[in-house]
Structure formats: structure tokens, C-alpha cells
Design a protein around this ligand. Structure first.
Ligand code: NAI
Length: 337
């Protein structure tokens, strides 16, 4: 008798808890055993908006999960071995994908296409089958092509929602703030730069003219700064000398973007950051995906902002960006077709 009434009174309490501010958000990391995946998982474990973390990889995810699970934050962590992809995706609201091979010296991101295209396609198909409403955050390169691959794969399965697919270009934004801060001497918190376009060399377009501290930079200093933002990844690839590309700064960038999306999903207003999404901005020129400032909300993309006024130098960068970006996007589409 006592036990039954205890159960009855317990139920409404549990229900009111789950519908209050303590929203349940399960995040999966696919490729969690890798150079990016491991520190990214650690950083996500530290985010209070993540309540459960599912770590999947074809190698090593249970070990990473056991390790990360000892961190004393509230979220639960589970690791999933190679044959447990569907279980890893079950009930996830956000899926972050850093699975695939990284660059070695002398390689462009496009050189990774042959290996990473099929990895990303297969993972996207699984997300479409198991958790079709999940927000998908693509880190695997070449982002300009892997994002269209995910879109086309989900489209084929009849579950593509353009509001829930993001190419993670945050590292370009992080680098731009850092490098502008080094040029000006101001702290990075005061040198935020909107970076638009895509995520590889000439498709990365930093809008320095729209920043207070960057707008007057010109000549050689401007050229060098833009080059460094566009090709900063090469500095890391070269310094690692065959051991891969950016992992720690990328994990930071990936966790930052995931954090922004989590805040938007949880109802915070005006969370606006650059990200690579299906976009109307240059669609008339055949560029279906484009990174620009996007406001994030409960359903993902809430508003895609126009890029605003460009300087003459930025117009030139944009003219170089668009044809390459278009080719990269078409390559992704063609792979799935
Ligand atoms: P990594 O080789 O250290 O790790 C990749 C992980 O993916 C490995 O643990 C591997 O076992 C796993 N993996 C491979 N196939 C898989 C599959 N089918 N399912 C699940 N996991 C699978 O490489 P790293 O350095 O972590 O880089 C990962 C990707 O991120 C690369 O494509 C790299 O180019 C890209 N990247 C993207 C950046 C961006 O700004 N978006 C910046 C830096 C890297």
C-alpha cells in the first residue's frame, strides 16, 4: 500500500522535472576516438546543456567514453564500438561528425574527398534512419563537399531538413579573431570577425571591413592577415609534420559551435554565429550552401543573415570564393547521385 502511493506521488514530480528548464539533450560524437573527437568529447562533457554523451568510433570509443565518464559533471557518457552505430544514434538530438582522415603536409582538403565522402555518406544515412530529426554538425573535410553529401543522402531518404544541417566553419572564425588580435594588439574578445563563404583556402572570406579594429587594415598587412586566416590550417599541418591537422583548436571550435546550437535549441534568443548551411544568399549563382551569420533557435536555423556591405578587396575575395565553392558543392552532390 505504502509503496503504491509512493509511486503515484513520485510520477508527477518526475514529469514536472523533465519539462522544466532541465531539458534532456543527448549529443552523439561520431569519430570520438580521433584527434578531434577525444578533446571535443571532453569539452562537451563540460557543457551543462549536454545531458547525455554518446561516443562512437570504429576504433577506441569505449575507452574514450570510460575515461571521459569520470569527469564530475552531470552528463552521462556511453561508448559504442564499430558495430553499435544505431544504438549510438538512438534518441540523439545533436550529432557531431569529426570522423574521417585528416590532411598530411602538401594535401588540400579536397584531397581527402575520396576517403571521407563515403564515411560521411554512410554515417548520414544512419542518422537519417535512426534519428532523422537530429541536428547534424559536420566537421569532416572537405566541409564544402561533405555537407552537400549529407544533404543529398538525407534527401534520398526523404528526411532532409535544411534547418538542421551545419558545416562547422567555426575554426576559421576562431583563427580570424586570434590573428586580428595579434595584428592589432587588442584582446580576441574585441577582434571578432564574421567569416563567410566556405571552409577551404580561397573560399574562406573574412569580412574585416565590418569590424572596428580591422576595417582600416590595408596593403601588405591586410594581404598577409587574409592569407593567414584562409590558410592557417596549413601552419598546423606543417608543424605536425605528418601527424595530422588541427585537432585541439578544432575541438575548441567544435565545442563552441555545439554550445551555440545548444543555447539556441534551449530557447536562448539571438544566438547568431557564422555557419555553413543550405542558403538562399548565392543560390541563384548555383551556390546552394554558404556560410554566413545564422541565428540559431529551437529548430536549428532560424534566420540566415545577408552578408552586408563588402569592401572592394572583399568583393574580389568573394569573386574567387564562389566558383570554387560551387565546384566543391557539385562534387558532393555528384558523389551521392
Ligand atoms: P583522426 O584520424 O585523428 O580521427 C578520425 C577518427 O575517425 C578516427 O578515430 C577514426 O577511427 C574515425 N573514423 C573513421 N571512419 C569512421 C567511421 N566510418 N565511423 C566512425 N568513425 C570513423 O582525424 P582528426 O584529426 O580527428 O580529423 C577528423 C576530420 O576532421 C578530418 O576529415 C579533418 O580534415 C577534419 N577537420 C576539420 C576541420 C574543420 O574546421 N571543419 C579542422 C580540422 C580537421
Amino acid at each position: 500500500m505504502f509503496a503504491r502511493s509512493a509511486v503515484r506521488t513520485a510520477l508527477p514530480v518526475a514529469r514536472s522535472f523533465s519539462t522544466s528548464s532541465a531539458r534532456q539533450t543527448k549529443v552523439a560524437v561520431l569519430g570520438a576516438g580521433g584527434g578531434i573527437g577525444q578533446p571535443l568529447s571532453l569539452l562537451l562533457k563540460n557543457n551543462p546543456l549536454v545531458t547525455a554523451l554518446n561516443l562512437y568510433d570504429i576504433r577506441g570509443a569505449p575507452g574514450v567514453a570510460a575515461d571521459v565518464s569520470h569527469v564530475d559533471t552531470a552528463s552521462t557518457v556511453q561508448g559504442f564500438a564499430a558495430d553499435k552505430l544505431d544504438e549510438a544514434l538512438d534518441g540523439t538530438e545533436i550529432v557531431v561528425i569529426p570522423a574521417g582522415v585528416p590532411r598530411k603536409p602538401g594535401m588540400t582538403r579536397d584531397d581527402l574527398f575520396n576517403t571521407n565522402a563515403s564515411i560521411v555518406r554512410d554515417l548520414a544515412a544512419a542518422v537519417g534512419r535512426v534519428s532523422p530529426k537530429a541536428h547534424i554538425l559536420v566537421i569532416s573535410n572537405p566541409v564544402n563537399s561533405t555537407v552537400p553529401i549529407v544533404a543529398a543522402t538525407l534527401e534520398k531518404a526523404g528526411v532532409f531538413d535544411p534547418k538542421r544541417l551545419f558545416g562547422v566553419t567555426t575554426l576559421d572564425v576562431v583563427r580570424a579573431a586570434r590573428f586580428l588580435s595579434e595584428v592589432t594588439g587588442a584582446p580576441p574578445s574585441e577582434t571578432r570577425v564574421t567569416v563567410v563563404g566556405g571552409h577551404s583556402g580561397p573560399t574562406i572570406v573574412p569580412l574585416l571591413s565590418q569590424t572596428k579594429l580591422g576595417k582600416d587594415i590595408s596593403g601588405d598587412v591586410y594581404d598577409k592577415l587574409v592569407y593567414r586566416i584562409q590558410f592557417g590550417g596549413d601552419e598546423v599541418v606543417k608543424a605536425k609534420d605528418g601527424a595530422g591537422s588541427a585537432t585541439l583548436s578544432m575541438a575548441y571550435a567544435g565545442a563552441t559551435f555545439t554550445g551555440s546550437l545548444l543555447r539556441g535549441i534551449n530557447g536562448e534568443k539571438d544566438v547568431t554565429v557564422p555557419t555553413f548551411v543550405k542558403s538562399p544568399l548565392y543560390a541563384s549563382e548555383g551556390v546552394d550552401f554558404f556560410s554566413s551569420l545564422v541565428t540559431l533557435g529551437p529548430n536549428g536555423v532560424e534566420k540566415i543573415h545577408p552578408i552586408g556591405d563588402l569592401s572592394a578587396a572583399e568583393e574580389k575575395l568573394m569573386a574567387e570564393c564562389l566558383p570554387t565553392l560551387k565546384t566543391n558543392i557539385e562534387k558532393g552532390y555528384a558523389f551521392v547521385a
